[in-house]
Structures are given as C-alpha cells and as structure tokens.
Design a protein around this ligand. Structure first.
Ligand code: NAP
Ligand code: MG
Length: 501
C-alpha cells in the first residue's frame, strides 16, 4: 500500500508515528491498489498571467487537513496589489481570447475537461485531505462533475447565439471576478470558470481560504493545456482578498457563492459601481414527505439531503416536513438508518460522513445543536461510534419537536443537522416550506404525479427535486430566489450571466 504524502512531510510524520504520537494509517488511502501518491508542495503560489508567482506581501497561511489537524501546505496570501496584477493580466488577455474562433475556444475547454479526468484520482484525494469530505464523494461526485462542466460548456462555445435569441453574435461581459466557497472547492471553480470561458470572458478566481489546493492543481492543468496566459488567474487569500477583487474598478462582473451575509455586502459594493453581479447564497431547503410516498426511498432521500458532504451544502434538505400520519414511522426508520452511517477518516472509501471543514464551522454547528436543545427540541444522535481523537467531527444529527419559530428551523446551520417538523395537508406543507427568507431548493416525495407538479409549482425554490435529492448536472440551471441569491449556473440559462449584446 502506497502512502499519500505531502513532500517534505514524510520524515517528520514517520518520526512522529514511530514515537507513537500518531498513526501512519492516517496517511494511507484505503482503496489502495490503484492509488497514486499525491505530492503536496510545502508552499503554493498565485497564478497570474499564466505564471506561478509569489504573493507581493511574501505572506503565506497554513491549510490543514481537518481530519488530522496536520498542516498540508502554506497558501499564498494575495493582497490588493496581487489582485490588481491579476485583473490587468485578465484585461490584457480579453481581446485575443474573445477574438479566437469559438471552435478554438471550445478545444481548450475540452482539453481541460480531459485533463481533469486524467488527474481525477489525485484531485479527489487532495479534495478529501484539504476539505474533509469522504473520498467516495470527491471521487464519484465532485471531480467527475467538474470535468462534466467543462465538457458541457465546450459544446456551447460555438452555439452562443441560441442562448441569446435575437442577437446575431453575443459578446462576453469582460473581466469576471469569481469568489467561491469551501464546500465544493474544485466543482465550484468549474461551475464558475467553464461558462465564463465558453462565452469569451477572462477571469480572476478567488478560492476559499481553507480549500485552495485543488484550485492550484487546476492552475497546473490550465498551464498544461496551454490556455493563453491571463485568461484565468487564481489569487488565493482570505476575505480581504475577495473584497479587493469586488472593489477593483477594472472588474466588469462579479460571481459569488457563499454566505448571505457576505453576499449582501458584495451586492452593495456592486450596485454602487454598476458592476454586473450574480449571487448564490445560503438556504434552508424543505424536504417534504407525503404519506403516499415510497417511505424507504424517502428515507434514503432524507439521508442524501442532509448528510451528504457533512451537510455543508447550500441546498441541503435541512428542514424535513413529514405528513403527520407517518411521522412515527419516518422517525423510527431515520434513527435506524442514521446508526449505520460511518463517521471518520475521509480517505476511507467506506466513510459516509467525513470531517467538518474547519474548527470555526464545527463551533457554529455545535452552537446550533445546543440552541435546539435549549429551545426544547429532542436531539437524536448515534453515540455508539467512537470519533477520532484529532480533527473536527460532528455525528449525524436530527431534531424532533421543532417549531417553525425555533432557531434551528429558521437559520442555515451548514452542518449534518436536520430539523424535523410535520404537516397535515398539502396546503400546510407548502405554506410552511415557503415560510423562510431563503428560496434555493426543495424536495417532494409522493407517488402521485399531479400532487408532485402542483406542489412543485407553488414552492418558492429555484430547484425542486421530486423523489430524489441533491442531484446535480451541468445541463440543469441551479440558483435561488429571495435571500438565496439571483442568477443561474449551469444549462443554457447559466450562460446569460456571462453574455452581453
Ligand atoms: P463566506 O465568508 O461567505 O465565504 C465565501 C467566499 O467569500 C470565500 O472565498 C471567502 O474568503 C470570501 N469572502 C469572505 N469575506 C469576503 C468579503 N468581504 N468580500 C469578498 N469575498 C469575501 O462564507 P464562510 O465564512 O466560509 O462560511 C460562513 C457561512 O456561510 C457558513 O456557515 C454557511 O452558512 C454559509 N456558506 C454558504 C455556502 C453556499 O454554498 N451557499 C458556501 C459556504 C458557506 P475566505 O474563505 O478567505 O473567508
Ligand atoms: Mg484545509
């Protein structure tokens, strides 16, 4: 079995293991036969104008593995001057990129997609080490979907006129600033970059602080694919780096995915300057189970809805509405199913729930669980399984006895915590589901087609899944209403944000 190692870390780690302070298995990737060793540099750079460059501040910050608390690498802390250099590089690259025949642009996107596929194992391991998500999710969801996004958009490059009917030749918006969160690091980079590039824009991308490693691997891929310098620039850093990008006068459009709080600040800054903007913010999505649903399938849908990716999912089905007559059955089955979920090492292929992304996020989640308990909810958690001694962990959790007014029923927790409520009639289910400042997604479980369509039509949610949950595809537009943001990503609708006349 080969080791998954960070360069320069091996000796230090083995010495520690031999002294009995840590287990060498922490660094093993258990589905080992085809494992490729992943080399993690001690330090990363910024990617500006097609070159890897040091941050002008000469400052770096640590990124850790949230499952072990071991430092993986030092990430370049880009400041306003780095952002400025990146925006200039993107501006310089814009005209030639826009003028390139569309079929040539498509080839670059296609190459990037292929290269992501070829380096998929390495990317999946890196994603799980840096962010804490189970390897089966990075391997089967994040990385394949990232490649799919580039494939899908490669096909759009020479068909953009169909995305803007009435326009002979739609034009790109210009230089795009894109800011992404830590829950699906590479996938969110793909969601942002692929449509922007297909439409002929150039980009400055700001990854999230805790999960920059796959974005920098993607920069290597862009270089390997000989994407013209400056078409994509990647500036890592903290919130201030993102703010510098939003405040830069040379940026024509901002695309942001993250918290509603930061989204509101960005909306103000963009409105003041007339910068184009799309926002994909938080959610508190309703998953509705009718008594006529196939209950066992619905239980799987509840699990997929709230415990996928530790519940670090903007469209997580975090409010469960169960028809009153089946509430006891659903609660009993959900408790049983929850006990089968394995919490632990993200690199183990049998793990269902990995590590919480950061200590800060774990504190937020624990505060919400305590708040639910204080408000009188019953907290259900499997307590039999031992959790690893190091790292940030939260057992799958659901709460019953929840009232719509409770904090845990109203606010986004962004963790593996489900609020269970009930309803008597479809009318009540719809009004309770819509009683939220958010409007990102919803799920409906019923065997009746007419009920499915009627309820789906009346839910204020950008995405409605019927008899399934948390399924994503590059051909489907994704995005919210109300405080969940505006604009769509994916499908033909997603191109509109990156085109002008
Ligand atoms: P966040 O602060 O909104 O972070 C999202 C991205 O914006 C990150 O790249 C972040 O950089 C950057 N950023 C932070 N402050 C900024 C500013 N003033 N201007 C421009 N960019 C800025 O989210 P978070 O702090 O990571 O998570 C907080 C909460 O947000 C979570 O508990 C969850 O409820 C929600 N959230 C939602 C989503 C979603 O997909 N809708 C994703 C993540 C989080 P840094 O990483 O350096 O801070
Ligand atoms: Mg990390």
């Amino acid at each position: 079995m080969r080791k998954v190692l960070g360069r320069g870390k091996y000796d230090e780690f083995m010495a520690d293991a031999l002294a009995g302070n840590s287990s060498p298995t922490t660094w093993e990737y258990s589905p080992a036969p085809e494992t490729v060793p992943v080399v993690i540099p001690d330090q990363t750079q910024l990617y500006v104008g097609g070159k890897f460059v040091e941050p002008r501040s000469k400052k770096w910050f640590a990124t850790i593995n949230p499952a072990t608390e071991v430092t993986l690498s030092q990430i370049a802390d880009g400041d306003a001057s780095d952002v400025d250099a990146a925006v200039s590089a993107a501006r310089k690259a814009l005209k030639p990129w826009e003028k390139l025949p569309a079929s040539e642009r498509a080839k670059y996107l296609y190459r990037i997609a292929r290269r992501i596929q070829e380096r998929a194992r390495e990317l999946a391991i890196l994603e799980s080490m840096d962010g804490g998500k189970p390897i089966k999710e990075s391997r089967d969801v994040d990385i394949p979907l990232a490649a799919q996004h580039f494939f899908h958009h490669a096909g759009w490059c020479d068909k953009l006129r169909y995305a803007m009917p009435g326009t002979r030749e739609p034009r790109p918006v210009g230089v795009c600033g894109q800011i992404i969160p830590w829950n699906f690091p590479l996938l969110m980079a793909a969601w942002k970059l692929a449509p922007a590039l297909a439409c002929g824009n150039t980009v400055v991308l700001k990854p999230a602080e805790t999960t920059s490693l796959t974005a920098m691997r993607l920069a290597e891929i862009l270089q390997e694919c000989e994407l013209p310098p400056g078409v994509v620039n990647i500036v890592t850093g903290a919130g201030a780096t993102g703010k510098a990008l939003v405040d830069h006068a040379g940026v024509d459009k901002i695309a942001f995915t993250g918290s509603t709080e930061v989204g509101k600040q960005i909306a103000k800054a963009c409105a003041a300057r007339g910068t184009r903007l799309t926002l994909e913010l938080g959610g508190k999505s309703a998953n509705i189970i009718f008594a006529d649903a196939a209950i066992d399938q619905a239980i799987e849908g509840i699990v997929q809805g709230i415990w996928f990716n530790q519940g670090h999912v903007c469209c997580a089905g975090s409010r469960l509405f169960v028809e009153e007559s089946i509430l006891p059955e659903v609660t009993r089955k959900l408790e049983m199913r929850m006990k089968t979920l394995r919490v632990g090492d993200p690199l183990d292929k049998n793990t269902d729930i990995g590590a919480i992304n950061s200590k800060q996020q774990l504190t937020i989640i624990e505060r919400y669980i305590a708040a639910g308990s204080n408000e009188g909810c019953t907290v259900w958690q499997p307590s039999e399984q031992a959790l690893p001694a190091k790292g940030y962990w939260c057992r799958p959790t659901f709460m019953t006895g929840v009232q719509p007014a409770h904090i845990v029923a109203r606010e986004e927790i962004f963790g593996p915590v489900l609020a269970v409520m009930s309803f008597r009639t479809p009318e009540e289910a719809i009004s309770r589901a819509n009683n939220s400042p958010y409007g990102l997604a919803a799920g409906i479980w019923t065997e009746k087609g007419s009920k499915m369509f009627d309820v789906a039509r009346r839910l204020q949610a950008g995405v409605v899944w019927c008899n399934t949950y948390n399924q994503f595809d590059a051909t489907s537009p994704f995005g919210g209403f109300k405080e969940s943001g505006f604009g769509r990503e994916g499908g033909m609708q997603g191109l509109a944000a990156y085109l002008s006349e």
